[in-house]
Design a protein around this ligand. Structure first.
Ligand SMILES: Cc1cc2nc3c(=O)[nH]c(=O)nc-3n(C[C@H](O)[C@H](O)[C@H](O)COP(=O)(O)OP(=O)(O)OC[C@H]3O[C@@H](n4cnc5c(N)ncnc54)[C@H](O)[C@@H]3O)c2cc1C
Length: 360
Protein backbone atom coordinates (compact mmCIF):
# COMPACT_ATOMS: atom_id res chain seq x y z
CA UNK A 1 0.00 0.00 0.00
CA UNK A 2 1.41 3.38 -1.05
CA UNK A 3 2.89 5.76 1.49
CA UNK A 4 0.47 8.52 2.38
CA UNK A 5 -2.53 6.16 2.42
CA UNK A 6 -4.90 6.47 5.37
CA UNK A 7 -5.06 3.71 7.95
CA UNK A 8 -7.63 3.33 10.73
CA UNK A 9 -6.50 1.43 13.82
CA UNK A 10 -9.40 0.16 15.95
CA UNK A 11 -8.36 -0.02 19.59
CA UNK A 12 -5.93 2.13 21.54
CA UNK A 13 -4.27 -0.52 23.71
CA UNK A 14 -0.51 -1.11 23.55
CA UNK A 15 -0.98 -3.12 20.31
CA UNK A 16 -2.91 -0.27 18.67
CA UNK A 17 -0.40 2.37 19.76
CA UNK A 18 2.74 0.50 18.70
CA UNK A 19 1.06 -0.42 15.40
CA UNK A 20 -0.08 3.16 14.86
CA UNK A 21 3.38 4.54 15.57
CA UNK A 22 5.18 2.08 13.30
CA UNK A 23 2.76 2.84 10.44
CA UNK A 24 3.03 6.58 10.99
CA UNK A 25 6.83 6.41 10.90
CA UNK A 26 6.51 4.82 7.44
CA UNK A 27 4.51 7.80 6.17
CA UNK A 28 0.91 6.57 6.56
CA UNK A 29 -1.86 8.80 7.86
CA UNK A 30 -2.98 6.94 10.95
CA UNK A 31 -6.02 7.52 13.15
CA UNK A 32 -6.56 5.37 16.22
CA UNK A 33 -10.15 4.93 17.39
CA UNK A 34 -10.50 4.07 21.07
CA UNK A 35 -13.73 3.30 22.87
CA UNK A 36 -12.51 4.45 26.30
CA UNK A 37 -11.90 7.94 27.71
CA UNK A 38 -8.21 7.50 27.10
CA UNK A 39 -5.96 4.99 25.36
CA UNK A 40 -4.57 2.00 27.24
CA UNK A 41 -7.28 1.78 29.85
CA UNK A 42 -8.26 -1.89 29.35
CA UNK A 43 -5.73 -4.76 29.54
CA UNK A 44 -2.93 -2.29 28.82
CA UNK A 45 -3.91 -0.03 31.72
CA UNK A 46 -2.02 -1.53 34.67
CA UNK A 47 0.25 0.78 36.67
CA UNK A 48 3.21 -1.56 36.06
CA UNK A 49 4.07 -4.18 33.45
CA UNK A 50 6.93 -6.62 33.54
CA UNK A 51 8.95 -7.69 30.52
CA UNK A 52 8.97 -11.39 31.32
CA UNK A 53 11.51 -13.28 29.16
CA UNK A 54 10.22 -16.50 27.65
CA UNK A 55 12.36 -19.55 28.44
CA UNK A 56 10.90 -21.53 25.55
CA UNK A 57 13.63 -23.23 23.48
CA UNK A 58 15.14 -20.89 20.86
CA UNK A 59 14.72 -23.77 18.41
CA UNK A 60 10.94 -23.42 18.58
CA UNK A 61 9.10 -20.75 16.62
CA UNK A 62 7.62 -19.48 19.88
CA UNK A 63 11.10 -19.16 21.39
CA UNK A 64 12.39 -17.35 18.29
CA UNK A 65 9.45 -14.96 18.31
CA UNK A 66 9.72 -14.04 21.98
CA UNK A 67 13.51 -13.71 21.79
CA UNK A 68 13.17 -11.23 18.89
CA UNK A 69 10.26 -9.51 20.65
CA UNK A 70 12.31 -8.98 23.82
CA UNK A 71 15.17 -7.33 21.90
CA UNK A 72 12.76 -5.08 20.06
CA UNK A 73 10.79 -4.22 23.22
CA UNK A 74 13.93 -3.21 25.13
CA UNK A 75 15.04 -1.04 22.21
CA UNK A 76 11.56 0.49 21.76
CA UNK A 77 10.84 1.35 25.42
CA UNK A 78 14.39 2.63 25.96
CA UNK A 79 13.91 4.96 22.97
CA UNK A 80 10.92 6.54 24.73
CA UNK A 81 13.10 7.73 27.62
CA UNK A 82 14.55 6.52 30.89
CA UNK A 83 11.37 7.34 32.81
CA UNK A 84 9.53 4.50 31.05
CA UNK A 85 11.43 1.92 33.13
CA UNK A 86 10.26 1.85 36.74
CA UNK A 87 13.17 -0.49 37.43
CA UNK A 88 15.77 -2.49 35.52
CA UNK A 89 16.85 -6.05 36.25
CA UNK A 90 14.64 -9.12 36.40
CA UNK A 91 15.33 -12.32 38.32
CA UNK A 92 13.51 -15.26 36.81
CA UNK A 93 12.84 -18.22 39.10
CA UNK A 94 12.93 -21.30 36.96
CA UNK A 95 11.82 -23.58 39.80
CA UNK A 96 10.59 -23.08 43.31
CA UNK A 97 14.19 -23.13 44.54
CA UNK A 98 16.70 -20.37 43.96
CA UNK A 99 19.30 -22.78 42.48
CA UNK A 100 18.49 -22.19 38.83
CA UNK A 101 17.46 -18.56 38.83
CA UNK A 102 18.32 -16.52 35.75
CA UNK A 103 19.12 -12.81 35.83
CA UNK A 104 18.17 -10.45 32.98
CA UNK A 105 19.84 -7.08 33.68
CA UNK A 106 18.16 -5.16 30.84
CA UNK A 107 14.64 -6.38 31.46
CA UNK A 108 12.46 -5.22 34.33
CA UNK A 109 9.28 -3.29 35.04
CA UNK A 110 7.87 -0.62 32.75
CA UNK A 111 5.26 2.07 33.36
CA UNK A 112 2.23 1.74 31.06
CA UNK A 113 0.89 5.19 32.12
CA UNK A 114 4.15 6.84 31.05
CA UNK A 115 4.18 4.89 27.78
CA UNK A 116 0.59 5.97 27.16
CA UNK A 117 1.40 9.64 27.81
CA UNK A 118 4.43 9.61 25.51
CA UNK A 119 2.75 7.73 22.66
CA UNK A 120 -0.45 9.81 22.91
CA UNK A 121 1.63 12.91 22.16
CA UNK A 122 2.91 11.37 18.94
CA UNK A 123 -0.32 9.90 17.57
CA UNK A 124 -3.74 11.02 16.39
CA UNK A 125 -6.14 9.25 18.75
CA UNK A 126 -9.91 9.70 18.84
CA UNK A 127 -11.13 8.64 22.28
CA UNK A 128 -14.72 7.82 23.27
CA UNK A 129 -15.41 6.34 19.84
CA UNK A 130 -16.73 2.79 19.54
CA UNK A 131 -16.49 1.47 16.00
CA UNK A 132 -19.58 -0.66 15.51
CA UNK A 133 -19.10 -1.79 11.88
CA UNK A 134 -17.24 -1.14 8.64
CA UNK A 135 -17.97 -1.82 4.98
CA UNK A 136 -15.75 -1.81 1.90
CA UNK A 137 -16.46 -0.03 -1.37
CA UNK A 138 -13.13 1.06 -2.87
CA UNK A 139 -12.24 2.39 0.59
CA UNK A 140 -13.20 1.25 4.07
CA UNK A 141 -16.13 3.12 5.63
CA UNK A 142 -16.19 3.02 9.42
CA UNK A 143 -19.38 3.47 11.42
CA UNK A 144 -20.02 4.38 15.04
CA UNK A 145 -23.50 3.65 16.35
CA UNK A 146 -24.74 3.19 12.76
CA UNK A 147 -23.50 6.65 11.68
CA UNK A 148 -20.68 7.08 9.14
CA UNK A 149 -17.58 8.24 10.99
CA UNK A 150 -14.53 8.02 8.75
CA UNK A 151 -13.03 6.42 5.67
CA UNK A 152 -9.65 4.73 5.37
CA UNK A 153 -7.62 2.80 2.81
CA UNK A 154 -6.86 0.06 5.34
CA UNK A 155 -8.00 -1.03 8.80
CA UNK A 156 -5.96 -2.75 11.50
CA UNK A 157 -8.13 -4.20 14.27
CA UNK A 158 -6.32 -4.11 17.62
CA UNK A 159 -9.40 -4.62 19.80
CA UNK A 160 -7.97 -7.17 22.25
CA UNK A 161 -10.56 -9.89 22.97
CA UNK A 162 -13.22 -7.88 21.14
CA UNK A 163 -11.45 -8.07 17.78
CA UNK A 164 -13.77 -10.90 16.83
CA UNK A 165 -16.81 -8.70 17.33
CA UNK A 166 -16.32 -7.59 13.71
CA UNK A 167 -17.76 -10.17 11.32
CA UNK A 168 -14.71 -10.58 9.01
CA UNK A 169 -12.65 -11.46 12.12
CA UNK A 170 -15.28 -13.50 13.96
CA UNK A 171 -13.54 -16.79 13.08
CA UNK A 172 -10.43 -15.85 15.09
CA UNK A 173 -10.37 -18.21 18.09
CA UNK A 174 -9.77 -15.67 20.85
CA UNK A 175 -10.38 -16.61 24.45
CA UNK A 176 -10.92 -13.96 27.14
CA UNK A 177 -8.82 -14.59 30.26
CA UNK A 178 -9.44 -12.52 33.36
CA UNK A 179 -6.42 -11.32 35.32
CA UNK A 180 -6.13 -9.45 38.62
CA UNK A 181 -3.11 -7.72 40.11
CA UNK A 182 -2.60 -6.79 43.76
CA UNK A 183 -1.13 -3.53 45.07
CA UNK A 184 0.95 -3.77 48.26
CA UNK A 185 2.00 -0.99 50.60
CA UNK A 186 5.78 -0.64 50.38
CA UNK A 187 5.97 2.35 52.76
CA UNK A 188 6.44 0.30 55.89
CA UNK A 189 10.00 -0.53 56.79
CA UNK A 190 10.65 -4.12 55.78
CA UNK A 191 13.00 -5.70 53.25
CA UNK A 192 11.77 -5.41 49.69
CA UNK A 193 13.06 -6.69 46.33
CA UNK A 194 15.17 -4.21 44.37
CA UNK A 195 14.76 -6.15 41.13
CA UNK A 196 11.65 -7.54 39.51
CA UNK A 197 11.08 -11.12 40.65
CA UNK A 198 9.25 -13.47 38.37
CA UNK A 199 8.21 -17.10 38.67
CA UNK A 200 4.67 -18.42 38.63
CA UNK A 201 3.72 -14.92 39.77
CA UNK A 202 5.75 -11.74 39.92
CA UNK A 203 6.65 -8.87 42.26
CA UNK A 204 7.80 -5.44 41.12
CA UNK A 205 10.22 -3.35 43.19
CA UNK A 206 8.53 -0.39 44.96
CA UNK A 207 7.52 2.63 42.86
CA UNK A 208 5.43 5.74 43.42
CA UNK A 209 1.77 5.34 42.57
CA UNK A 210 -0.75 8.06 43.48
CA UNK A 211 1.54 9.38 46.21
CA UNK A 212 2.08 5.99 47.81
CA UNK A 213 5.08 3.68 47.54
CA UNK A 214 3.64 0.54 46.03
CA UNK A 215 4.69 -2.90 44.87
CA UNK A 216 2.59 -4.81 42.37
CA UNK A 217 2.16 -8.54 42.34
CA UNK A 218 0.14 -10.73 40.01
CA UNK A 219 -1.43 -11.84 37.99
CA UNK A 220 -4.31 -14.25 38.49
CA UNK A 221 -5.56 -16.25 35.51
CA UNK A 222 -9.22 -17.21 34.99
CA UNK A 223 -10.16 -18.58 31.59
CA UNK A 224 -13.40 -17.53 29.88
CA UNK A 225 -14.15 -15.16 32.72
CA UNK A 226 -14.94 -11.53 31.92
CA UNK A 227 -16.10 -10.29 35.32
CA UNK A 228 -14.14 -7.17 36.26
CA UNK A 229 -14.86 -7.02 40.01
CA UNK A 230 -11.90 -7.43 42.37
CA UNK A 231 -11.82 -10.76 44.24
CA UNK A 232 -10.29 -11.65 47.61
CA UNK A 233 -9.47 -15.13 46.27
CA UNK A 234 -7.39 -13.65 43.46
CA UNK A 235 -5.47 -11.42 45.90
CA UNK A 236 -4.79 -14.53 47.98
CA UNK A 237 -3.58 -16.46 44.92
CA UNK A 238 -1.28 -13.57 43.95
CA UNK A 239 0.21 -13.41 47.44
CA UNK A 240 0.72 -17.17 47.62
CA UNK A 241 2.72 -17.05 44.37
CA UNK A 242 4.59 -13.95 45.53
CA UNK A 243 5.48 -15.59 48.86
CA UNK A 244 7.53 -18.20 46.96
CA UNK A 245 9.55 -15.38 45.38
CA UNK A 246 9.93 -13.21 48.50
CA UNK A 247 9.00 -14.91 51.77
CA UNK A 248 7.16 -12.53 54.10
CA UNK A 249 5.64 -10.41 51.35
CA UNK A 250 2.20 -11.75 52.19
CA UNK A 251 2.27 -9.82 55.49
CA UNK A 252 2.15 -6.49 53.66
CA UNK A 253 -1.02 -4.43 53.57
CA UNK A 254 -3.07 -4.79 50.37
CA UNK A 255 -3.90 -1.28 49.17
CA UNK A 256 -5.91 -2.19 46.09
CA UNK A 257 -5.85 -4.03 42.82
CA UNK A 258 -6.91 -3.94 39.22
CA UNK A 259 -8.61 -6.40 36.97
CA UNK A 260 -8.72 -6.67 33.16
CA UNK A 261 -9.22 -9.16 30.35
CA UNK A 262 -6.42 -10.61 28.25
CA UNK A 263 -6.98 -12.12 24.80
CA UNK A 264 -5.48 -15.57 24.21
CA UNK A 265 -5.23 -17.67 21.06
CA UNK A 266 -5.36 -21.48 21.42
CA UNK A 267 -1.60 -21.86 20.77
CA UNK A 268 -0.78 -18.85 23.01
CA UNK A 269 0.98 -17.07 20.14
CA UNK A 270 -0.25 -13.60 19.13
CA UNK A 271 -2.29 -13.11 15.97
CA UNK A 272 -0.79 -10.67 13.47
CA UNK A 273 -1.49 -10.30 9.76
CA UNK A 274 -4.15 -10.04 7.07
CA UNK A 275 -7.67 -11.34 7.70
CA UNK A 276 -8.72 -14.19 5.42
CA UNK A 277 -12.08 -14.22 3.72
CA UNK A 278 -13.16 -17.29 5.68
CA UNK A 279 -15.66 -18.72 3.18
CA UNK A 280 -13.43 -18.32 0.13
CA UNK A 281 -10.37 -19.46 2.05
CA UNK A 282 -11.99 -22.71 3.15
CA UNK A 283 -13.21 -23.35 -0.39
CA UNK A 284 -9.81 -22.57 -1.96
CA UNK A 285 -7.82 -24.84 0.37
CA UNK A 286 -10.36 -27.59 0.91
CA UNK A 287 -8.06 -30.21 -0.68
CA UNK A 288 -5.63 -29.88 2.24
CA UNK A 289 -7.71 -32.43 4.14
CA UNK A 290 -6.39 -35.10 1.74
CA UNK A 291 -2.84 -34.67 3.05
CA UNK A 292 0.47 -33.02 2.04
CA UNK A 293 0.30 -34.21 -1.60
CA UNK A 294 -2.75 -32.03 -2.06
CA UNK A 295 -1.08 -28.83 -0.96
CA UNK A 296 -1.94 -26.11 -3.42
CA UNK A 297 -0.17 -22.82 -3.85
CA UNK A 298 -2.74 -20.33 -5.06
CA UNK A 299 -3.02 -16.75 -3.81
CA UNK A 300 -5.00 -16.81 -0.58
CA UNK A 301 -8.27 -14.91 -0.62
CA UNK A 302 -8.08 -12.11 1.93
CA UNK A 303 -10.50 -9.37 2.86
CA UNK A 304 -8.90 -6.36 1.10
CA UNK A 305 -6.66 -4.24 3.31
CA UNK A 306 -8.00 -5.59 6.59
CA UNK A 307 -5.53 -6.71 9.27
CA UNK A 308 -5.51 -7.71 12.94
CA UNK A 309 -3.02 -7.54 15.79
CA UNK A 310 -4.47 -9.33 18.80
CA UNK A 311 -4.14 -12.37 21.07
CA UNK A 312 -1.18 -10.86 22.94
CA UNK A 313 -1.97 -12.96 26.03
CA UNK A 314 0.07 -12.31 29.16
CA UNK A 315 3.10 -10.77 27.40
CA UNK A 316 1.51 -7.93 25.44
CA UNK A 317 4.04 -5.29 26.47
CA UNK A 318 6.83 -7.58 25.38
CA UNK A 319 5.36 -8.49 21.99
CA UNK A 320 3.56 -5.29 20.89
CA UNK A 321 6.56 -3.34 19.49
CA UNK A 322 7.65 -6.23 17.22
CA UNK A 323 4.06 -6.97 16.16
CA UNK A 324 3.57 -3.31 15.24
CA UNK A 325 6.66 -3.51 13.06
CA UNK A 326 5.59 -6.78 11.49
CA UNK A 327 2.14 -5.55 10.50
CA UNK A 328 3.71 -2.38 9.10
CA UNK A 329 6.20 -4.37 7.01
CA UNK A 330 3.32 -6.47 5.67
CA UNK A 331 1.30 -3.40 4.74
CA UNK A 332 4.09 -1.49 3.06
CA UNK A 333 5.81 -4.50 1.49
CA UNK A 334 9.11 -4.15 3.37
CA UNK A 335 11.22 -7.17 4.40
CA UNK A 336 9.69 -8.80 7.47
CA UNK A 337 11.39 -8.29 10.85
CA UNK A 338 10.94 -12.03 11.59
CA UNK A 339 11.56 -15.18 9.53
CA UNK A 340 8.81 -16.47 7.24
CA UNK A 341 8.31 -19.44 9.59
CA UNK A 342 7.82 -17.18 12.62
CA UNK A 343 5.42 -15.02 10.62
CA UNK A 344 3.39 -18.10 9.69
CA UNK A 345 3.22 -19.04 13.39
CA UNK A 346 1.55 -15.65 14.02
CA UNK A 347 -0.64 -15.63 10.91
CA UNK A 348 -4.40 -15.12 11.52
CA UNK A 349 -5.29 -17.89 9.02
CA UNK A 350 -3.22 -20.59 10.76
CA UNK A 351 -6.28 -21.83 12.65
CA UNK A 352 -8.28 -22.24 9.42
CA UNK A 353 -5.39 -24.17 7.84
CA UNK A 354 -5.01 -26.44 10.88
CA UNK A 355 -8.74 -27.18 10.88
CA UNK A 356 -8.63 -27.99 7.15
CA UNK A 357 -5.68 -30.33 7.60
CA UNK A 358 -7.63 -32.17 10.29
CA UNK A 359 -10.54 -32.46 7.86
CA UNK A 360 -12.77 -30.29 10.04
C1 LIG B 1 -3.92 -8.33 35.15
C2 LIG B 1 -3.02 -8.31 33.98
C3 LIG B 1 -1.65 -8.19 34.15
C4 LIG B 1 -0.79 -8.19 33.05
N1 LIG B 1 0.56 -8.03 33.24
C5 LIG B 1 1.37 -7.96 32.16
C6 LIG B 1 2.76 -7.74 32.33
O1 LIG B 1 3.25 -7.60 33.44
N2 LIG B 1 3.54 -7.69 31.21
C7 LIG B 1 3.02 -7.84 29.95
O2 LIG B 1 3.77 -7.80 28.97
N3 LIG B 1 1.71 -8.03 29.77
C8 LIG B 1 0.89 -8.10 30.84
N4 LIG B 1 -0.45 -8.31 30.66
C9 LIG B 1 -0.93 -8.54 29.31
C10 LIG B 1 -1.05 -7.23 28.55
O3 LIG B 1 -1.63 -6.27 29.38
C11 LIG B 1 -1.89 -7.46 27.30
O4 LIG B 1 -1.33 -8.50 26.53
C12 LIG B 1 -1.94 -6.20 26.45
O5 LIG B 1 -2.35 -5.11 27.22
C13 LIG B 1 -2.89 -6.40 25.28
O6 LIG B 1 -2.90 -5.21 24.55
P1 LIG B 1 -3.96 -4.98 23.41
O7 LIG B 1 -3.71 -3.64 22.86
O8 LIG B 1 -3.95 -6.15 22.49
O9 LIG B 1 -5.39 -5.07 24.15
P2 LIG B 1 -6.12 -4.00 25.09
O10 LIG B 1 -5.19 -3.31 25.99
O11 LIG B 1 -7.28 -4.72 25.69
O12 LIG B 1 -6.64 -2.91 24.05
C14 LIG B 1 -7.71 -3.13 23.20
C15 LIG B 1 -8.41 -1.78 23.08
O13 LIG B 1 -9.38 -1.85 22.05
C16 LIG B 1 -10.47 -1.03 22.42
N5 LIG B 1 -11.61 -1.46 21.64
C17 LIG B 1 -12.15 -2.70 21.57
N6 LIG B 1 -13.19 -2.70 20.71
C18 LIG B 1 -13.29 -1.44 20.22
C19 LIG B 1 -14.17 -0.81 19.28
N7 LIG B 1 -15.15 -1.51 18.68
N8 LIG B 1 -14.00 0.49 18.99
C20 LIG B 1 -13.02 1.21 19.60
N9 LIG B 1 -12.15 0.67 20.49
C21 LIG B 1 -12.30 -0.64 20.80
C22 LIG B 1 -10.60 -1.29 23.93
O14 LIG B 1 -11.29 -0.24 24.57
C23 LIG B 1 -9.13 -1.39 24.35
O15 LIG B 1 -8.63 -0.17 24.81
C24 LIG B 1 -1.33 -8.30 31.75
C25 LIG B 1 -2.71 -8.38 31.57
C26 LIG B 1 -3.56 -8.38 32.65
C27 LIG B 1 -5.05 -8.46 32.43
Amino acid sequence: MGKGSSIAVIGGGIAGLTTGLALQEKGYHVTIFERGNSPMDQASGNPAGILDPSLTSPESLEGQFYHAAMSRALEFYSSLGRQVFLSRGLLKFTRDSSDDNLYFPDSGTISPPKIRDILSQKLRIRNNVTITSFTHTQKWHLFAGGKPLATADAIVICGGPETRYFSPADHLPLEPVRGQITFLNADKYAPFPRKTLCGKGYITPPFEMNGQTTMVTGASFSRNDTDLSLREDDHRENLENAEILWPGIGKREITGGRCAIRAYSPDHMPICGPIADQKQYLAAYEMLKHGPKHQIFIPAPYVPNLYAVTGLGARGFLSAPLLGELITALICGDPLPVTQAVYESLHPARFLIRALKKGQ
